[in-house]
Design a protein around this ligand. Structure first.
Ligand SMILES: [Fe+2]
Length: 336
């Protein structure tokens, strides 16, 4: 299938300077917010419920919840990014931080499994894995991560500790880069709106089809959605029944990668201890520079994949990756 996507207007198609000049995507938690978070934490600790039972009812935030609901609208309909700043991470144990992160996240959407073991929260640190080994996952390495999207409506990261050097977080608006490519190379934009064969990751269920067709850029009911992780598009080529890449497809992927790194597309996100970044995974892709840890400064993040309560309906091809294309329901993550 080929999607005919016109130039995309609106706040989702931001250039880096828009994020530099406009602060509406940043929010510093107030003392009152932190008090609400602490009360919610102590209440839920008394309930002694499992991670899957952490939701807006069990992690109640009487006033902050209205703010979070506005932010959730902004993720779906505005710039697609919110950074909550100032969570005093050093005041909490790791378990308490997980509960708080799952609790705040639950106001944005349903938590999704991130592994076949059903983990709802992934710890992101260097476990010494090689990203390019067959089973390597970006969450377990210090490697530079190429531009990609994850497999959920929303991706959220909490910075608990930073690395000694490197590890910069990079973001790019996919609607902005789409507009640029459409203007500069309409032939390549069209290729990117046409099916690619994505291979399944080794950490996905073996019961699913080993590959599926999905364009890099889609639009459905007026809403844009992209899925891009080049390693998995290349993995599709390992199956003999999958058509070989055309020269044009390779040129289109190369052009996309190159444009994502350019100054009018790539935004370096300052990511400080206590920051929680929450991004729309259909309109923003991310990458990270390589990093080195020291005994004092060991990069440690927590990650959530969320199915937004306000999520968009998706093009039919997303069914294979998300389980359903309906919006506002549990979808995506690792399909168990
Ligand atoms: Fe990622």
């Amino acid at each position: 299938m080929t999607y005919d996507i016109q130039r995309i207007s609106g706040a989702s198609a931001w250039e880096p300077r828009a994020l530099e000049q406009d602060d509406r995507w940043k929010y510093k938690l107030t003392e009152h917010d932190i008090r609400e978070i602490n009360i919610a934490l102590s209440k839920i600790q008394k309930l002694n419920v499992g991670e899957e039972k952490i939701n807006p009812d069990t992690f109640e935030l009487p006033l902050l919840s209205a703010k979070l609901s506005e932010f959730s609208d902004a993720i779906e309909n505005d710039m697609g990014i919110i950074v909550l700043k100032g969570l005093p991470v050093e005041h909490y144990s790791k378990e308490e931080l997980k509960t708080i992160f799952l609790g705040i996240g639950s106001h944005f959407g349903y938590q999704l499994p991130q592994s076949l073991g059903g983990e709802l929260l992934q710890e992101v640190f260097n476990r010494g894995e090689n990203l390019y080994a067959n089973t390597g996952r970006g969450t377990n390495t210090s490697d530079k991560l190429p531009w990609h999207t994850d497999r959920s409506d929303i991706v959220s990261l909490l910075c608990v500790n930073r690395s000694e050097t490197g590890g910069e977080s990079k973001l790019a608006s996919l609607t902005n880069v789409y507009n640029k490519i459409k203007e500069e190379r309409p032939d390549l934009a069209e290729v990117l709106c046409t099916d690619f064969y994505h291979g399944r990751a080794p950490f996905e269920s073996k019961d699913l089809s080993p590959w599926y067709k999905l364009p890099i850029f889609t639009e459905y009911e007026g809403k844009f959605a992209s899925r891009y992780l080049r390693r998995f598009v290349e993995l599709g080529q390992e199956y003999p029944e999958v058509p070989r890449f055309s020269d044009k497809q390779i040129e289109a992927l190369d052009y996309l990668d190159k444009r994502l790194d350019d100054n009018d597309v790539c935004f370096y996100l300052p990511f400080e201890v206590g920051d929680m970044q929450i991004i729309n995974n259909f309109t923003i892709c991310h990458s990270r520079n390589t990093y080195t840890d020291s005994p004092e400064k060991t990069r440690f993040l927590m990650r959530l994949w969320l199915a937004s309560y306000k999520g968009r309906a998706l093009a039919p091809e997303f069914q294979s990756l998300y389980g359903t294309t309906e919006g506002g329901v549990i979808r995506g993550g690792i399909l168990l």
